[in-house]
Design a protein around this ligand. Structure first.
Ligand code: SF4
Length: 461
């Protein structure tokens, strides 16, 4: 099994597949040169971006990500405030400190290649890394894929499961490959979903460590909301999209209490938008399960578990229960389908985040395991077919508002599931499979290429 902690990764915006993944690939390639004894002889690195990484790479900050990775930085620990400066220095001086250790020549204009022609073999986000010696001879070439949510794989790793039908991961006491299996485990052990996930995570590390990481994840999510609520301005990229969260936040504070019901939407909207505006600005966010959809889970978590506007009333147990349950549902999507917008369209990002948040919230509200999976099912069912068509290749329109809508939808899905006392007609496994098939049938135009939908109908100015 994968760990739920793999679903929630700390990194920088604007995209998990186009920013976080390429940073990790750049670092992994630099490390591999060390391993192969080629580090000292490598004189030039070439990065070839294929598929969706080529089509929307510029708007999704992929060139910046490649450089950061080759500098030896990691998404979890790099400082978003210094990242632009480091990249600008490489671009201006044409010198790259490979792996943070050795200077080589690097021309970002010619050594980063956008290959719009090649259809990557195993996943739409292909990245070919090449190292040459001083005479121009090829020392090493490796193809990687950024498979969504910050996950990466080499061509060999992606091929192996296909050939051997083996999914790599840790050995755990309660492995599950479907929601039905997960529910059966819950029934057999009279356990809640988060308890099953906890038992699996315990096989990977001590409980205290898992709790510490979960708490850190919630802390980074909340800090991201706070920064977004308090930062005004125009988002980068040329679309001139104005940050809206600070103004809504200001109005909410001054609003009369009689407006409380409608304010529920406002709170969720403003928290989600705060995160995604930070994401669009290249700030620190947590993949949940991706960066484009990073606002939904923090918004619901903040409002219902982390004390909302009064953070002193936060409930750590509920925060962990929420994240473990939502993460467990995320694992099902990752294992049975995909959480990559380039493969599934936005249903695989915002749809999955909505489904995860709905299940997590239902668990916090005391739902049975069956009701939790029903909430997750409803959260996805009404996002099926959602396309990915970011205007200007930027993670701004429709992404920012879509997270606000997704957060409200998640709460509604959890409410609907709590009112259901028997098995719903549609199961979580069925809806995941439907999402997968719909994603495969969806035209490439609508899968993170900015070649259809809003991306071609909204005039950039
Ligand atoms: S439209 Fe959805 S999938 Fe596409 S970049 Fe935006 S959030 Fe991600």
């Amino acid at each position: 099994m994968l760990s739920v902690l793999d679903i929630f990764r700390i990194g920088i915006g604007p995209s998990s597949s186009h920013t976080v993944g390429p940073i990790r690939i750049g670092k992994r390639f630099a490390d591999s040169l060390h391993r192969e004894g080629l580090f000292e002889t490598a004189a030039r690195i070439e990065v070839i971006l294929q598929g969706s990484l080529a089509f929307t790479g510029v708007g999704h900050a992929t060139p910046k990500a490649c450089i950061l990775g080759l500098l030896g930085l990691e998404p979890e620990t790099l400082d978003p405030h210094t990242a632009d400066g480091l990249v600008a220095r490489v671009e201006n001086e044409n010198i790259l400190l490979l792996g943070g250790l050795r200077e080589i020549a690097f021309n970002a204009k010619t050594d980063l290649v956008f290959d719009y022609e090649t259809l990557p073999e195993l996943h739409p986000n292909g990245m070919v890394m090449r190292a040459y010696d001083g005479q121009g001879a090829l020392l090493r070439q490796q193809t990687y894929y950024s498979t969504g949510g910050g996950f990466i794989a080499s061509i060999e790793q992606l091929r192996k499961p296909l050939e051997d039908d083996i999914v790599p991961g840790a050995e755990v006491p309660h492995p599950f490959g479907s929601a039905d299996e997960l529910l059966a485990i819950c029934a057999e052990h009279d356990a809640a979903i988060h308890e099953v996930i906890y038992a699996n995570e315990d096989a990977m590390r001590p409980r205290a460590e898992t709790d510490a990481v979960l708490d850190r994840i919630a802390e980074v999510m909340n800090a991201c909301i706070d920064r977004g609520l308090n930062t005004e301005g125009i988002l980068p990229g040329g679309l001139k999209v104005k940050r809206r969260a600070p103004k809504i936040w200001e109005k909410l504070h001054g609003a009369p209490l009689s407006n409380e019901r409608e304010q529920l939407f406002d709170w969720l909207n403003v928290y989600a938008m705060a995160v995604n505006e930070e994401n669009a600005n290249g700030g620190q966010v947590v993949t949940a399960p991706t960066n484009g959809a990073a606002g939904i889970i923090p918004a619901v978590l903040r409002h219902y578990c982390a004390g909302g506007q009064d953070k002193s009333s936060k409930n750590e147990k509920n925060i962990r229960k929420f994240l473990l349950t939502a993460g467990g549902i995320g694992l099902l999507y990752k294992q049975r389908a995909s959480i990559s917008g380039a493969e599934m369209g936005c249903q695989g990002e915002v749809g999955v985040a909505c489904s995860m948040a709905a299940g997590g919230l239902a668990a916090v509200w005391g739902a049975t395991p069956l009701q939790v999976t029903s909430a997750a099912e409803i959260g996805m069912e009404h996002n099926l077919g959602l396309t990915c068509d970011p205007v200007g290749g930027l993670v701004q329109i429709p992404c920012i508002e879509r997270n606000a809508i997704g957060a409200v939808k998640a709460v509604n899905a959890a409410r609907l599931a709590l009112h259901a006392s028997e098995k719903m007609k549609v199961s979580l496994d069925q809806v995941i499979e439907t999402m997968r098939q719909t994603g495969l049938d969806m035209s490439t135009k609508y899968k993170e290429t900015s070649q259809g939908g809003l991306a071609v109908n909204v005039v950039e100015c």
